[in-house]
Design a protein around this ligand. Structure first.
Ligand code: HEM
Length: 419
């Protein structure tokens, strides 16, 4: 197919497009997409393992053209080695399991407050409500607790930026004109500039006040030093903080978890019983199964810095390879009845290292994976134990491409009754 047609397939109906290609060409095939470039898709876990463990033979590339301008070139997600690992080491301690356990109660409190605002007896969209929760959680993790009032305007500015990024007209312009359009877009600058201003004001305020230990991520980053003793530059801090604050996958995953549970009443009853009085094992399995069946990021990409043999082909240096989370997660070879929402499969057997990869893998694996899983579980528990949700409408929601991740097409339309 011509590049322009492949671009239409990828931007309009990406998941069916990937499935069609796999049926026709097998587990490795090349997409040639206008504005995006050429990607060698990989749907065999052995190939994915080879990529994730290739060390210095693979470098950074991005699947989503929004990421470059929004996150910035000094984001951990976009840095090349050795800068990437150096930065990752600075940020990772903030997301260590021990540290994030202290965040569990904060996550539950944020969810409780949000649930208290939901209307009873009338349809509303769950996805924006989940965005409100995940934004609040990440802001408290980054800036610390008890900063509610002062950060109000930053919260509003971040919400406006998220709306801009998820506006279907902007996504259509991006598909037609490519990433360079964003940088020139006045409406993008109008949404981004106030966010940058608020984030940098906060950084400068922390610098001036001196750092109060390392209780929150911004204080930790302001205090951090590279091996030569130099601090992060303003550019480093802007890009790193925007990266953490732009979390999109957690809210879409939560919206999907509820959507799938509400369409499967038996699973919903079991999840609610676990939320009310269980050991949490079923809720863990719900999180894992949601991330399997509706991975918010369907592919990750890497650029080869050395030739590598993948899918039976010798791929040259410079090629872009794309481990395909979506295709691996719904293959009958690794999952029985893969299209079924069946959390029980993960009670029987834990997820496989290369057959369950919603967080990517290797040295670039999502550094907030444990944080995100814990947040999903906390929010599920609060909502399921406190509210009786019903789906609004008869049909299951379809997967729609949004700015950073893949979301339910009716934004998770539900009706809530208090329990
Ligand atoms: C369910 C929720 C989430 C999912 C499914 C998810 C998924 C991903 C994926 C697929 C990648 C790319 C990995 C790769 O290329 O191998 C990634 C990277 C990353 N994610 Fe997440 N993510 C989630 C939540 C979060 C949250 C809450 C944050 C921060 C607050 C975050 C921060 C990052 C960062 C900083 C990276 C770059 C890591 C690096 O390049 O070293 N993610 N995530």
């Amino acid at each position: 197919m011509p590049r322009a047609l492949q671009a239409i397939g990828w931007t309009q109906r990406p998941l069916p497009f990937l499935e069609r290609c796999q049926r026709r060409f097998g587990d490795s095939f090349t997409l040639r997409i206008l504005h995006w470039g050429d990607w060698v898709l990989l749907a065999d876990p052995d190939d994915v393992k080879r990529v994730f463990t290739a060390g210095a033979a693979v470098g950074v590339d991005v699947a989503n053209p929004l990421l470059g301008p929004v996150l910035g070139a000094r984001s951990v997600m976009l840095l090349e080695e050795p800068d990437h690992l150096t930065r990752r080491k600075l940020v990772l301690p903030a997301f260590h399991r021990k540290g994030i356990e202290a965040d569990a109660e904060m996550m539950a409190a944020v969810a409780r407050r949000e649930v208290g605002r939901w209307p009873a007896g009338e349809p509303f969209e769950l996805w924006p409500r989940m965005q409100a929760i995940t934004l609040e959680v990440v802001m408290q993790a980054v800036f610390g607790r008890g900063e509610d009032q002062r950060l109000e305007s930053m919260r509003e500015r971040l919400q406006a930026l998220t709306e801009w990024m998820n506006d279907s007209r902007n996504l259509a312009m991006l598909a037609v004109f490519g990433p360079r359009w964003i940088v020139r877009s006045r409406s993008y600058r109008a949404a981004m500039a106030p966010v940058e201003e608020a984030v940098m004001d906060e950084v400068r305020r922390r610098r001036a006040a001196g750092v109060n230990g390392d209780t929150d991520i911004v204080s930790m980053l302001v205090a951090a030093r590279y091996e030569d003793g130099s601090p992060l530059t303003e550019r480093d801090l802007r890009d790193e903080l925007l990266t953490l604050l732009s979390d999109g996958p957690t809210s879409t995953s939560l919206a999907w978890a509820f959507e799938r549970l509400l369409r499967n009443p038996e699973k919903l009853a079991r999840a609610r019983a676990d939320a009310l009085d269980g050991d949490g094992a079923y809720l863990d399995a719900v999180v894992q199964e949601t991330l399997r069946l509706r991975p918010p990021v369907p592919v990750v990409v890497r650029r080869l810095l050395e030739p590598l043999r993948l899918g039976g082909y010798e791929l040259p240096r410079g090629a872009t390879v794309a481990p395909c989370i979506h295709l691996i997660h719904r293959s009958v070879r690794y999952y029985e009845d893969p299209l079924r929402f069946e959390p029980e499969r993960f009670l029987a057997k834990p997820p496989g290292t290369y057959t369950w990869i919603p967080f990517g893998g290797g040295v670039r694996r999502c550094l907030a994976a444990s944080f995100a899983e814990m947040e999903m579980k906390r929010v599920l528990r609060i909502v399921l134990a406190g509210v009786d949700l019903q789906p609004a409408g008869d049909r299951s929601e379809r997967v729609r491409k949004s700015a950073i991740s893949f979301s339910p097409d009716r934004r998770g339309l539900v009706v809530a009754e208090r329990c």
